[in-house]
Design a binder for this molecule. Sequence first.
Ligand code: CP3
Length: 342
Amino acid sequence: MNSRERFLNALKCQSLDRPPIWVMRQAGRYLPEYRALKEKYTFLELVQTPELALEVTLQPLRRFRLDAAILFSDILVIPEAMGQSYHFRDTGGITMNFRLENRQQVEALDSTRIEEKLNYVSDALKLIHTELSGSKALLGFGGSPWTLATYMVEGGSSKNFEQIKSLFYSDRPTFDALMHKLTNSLIHYFKMQKAAGVDAIQIFDSWGGIIAGTDYEHASLKWIRRIIDAIGNEIPIILYAKGTSVHLSEQCATNPNAISVDWTISIKEASKRINGNIAIQGNMDPSILNTNPEIVRNQVLKILEAMHNRPGHIFNLGHGIHPTAKIENMEALVETVAGYKA
Ligand code: CP3
């Protein structure tokens, strides 16, 4: 069984001798070869040039025995394609070139011709697909409508999310209009990724956890369900849900193929709450990669042992890898999973 088959079998909840492994934001600032490319090119040049996106996607696979590759891109390519571009602050975080403040600005967003505007993503995926030639799984991704809307309405990264919450509570028609446009764009975008060869799609609901519990359905989950209803029978979907483990049963009811959980819930508890036909991805705290290989091995083994009787586990971090992660710790993590026998 090669890495791609292992990954697809885990998504189908089949029993395996060990889980497949990949990590989120594996192409990140912790790799010197990535930082070297960033000396020559901006982030956007890397994202928008298919040959460079291919190179960055492959960098972690050359170092580590990972079972899946994730496209190098960003969730913010969707707002950009709709007419709201972004840049990185020197101090960290994202700034959008303007903030969505009213209905007219939402109406002015253009959710048509997404495939044409994001053809560089499709070109990059085709190059990666050819290069992997079926040896590793290839993952595409996008943000959830809610998570994208937080950046668009806040005007960038945010602490308290006051603007998006004000919009949600005080002008629901405008909020819903924005969510409709994002949902439609994402459906087109994911279909395009499928056509370019991805094996599964991960939807990042990174900011679902800031919503009041009673409003999670209308603010976020409803729109994710529409996406899954539209494309779930064409391509496997992994729902990454940060800080939302109280909502696991509602998330299961949207019918994703896998749910990716963060580290705030024990994976054993998550596996009790997630239906047996849905795979579980997760869930080591990425901060553990700042410690040492012995601590990493112990923490990895705890997760593997908690899950060894539960078919359908994909080993992952609970969130993206930090720039401060040590390479020797990432090596220990991957080797512990790859060498494990249940
Ligand atoms: O594994 C991969 O490299 C896949 C590519 C990927 C990136 N971003 C590249 C990236 C993926 C899957 C993402 C998802 C993403 N982007 C999310 C959802 C996941 C999550 O983290 O919750 C979000 C919210 C974004 C938006 C975004 N992009 C933020 C908030 C930042 C951090 C800005 C900062 O300065 O801290 C980014 C930057 C980004 N996206 C980097 C990478 C490799 C770092 C860029 C750099 O400085 O080199």
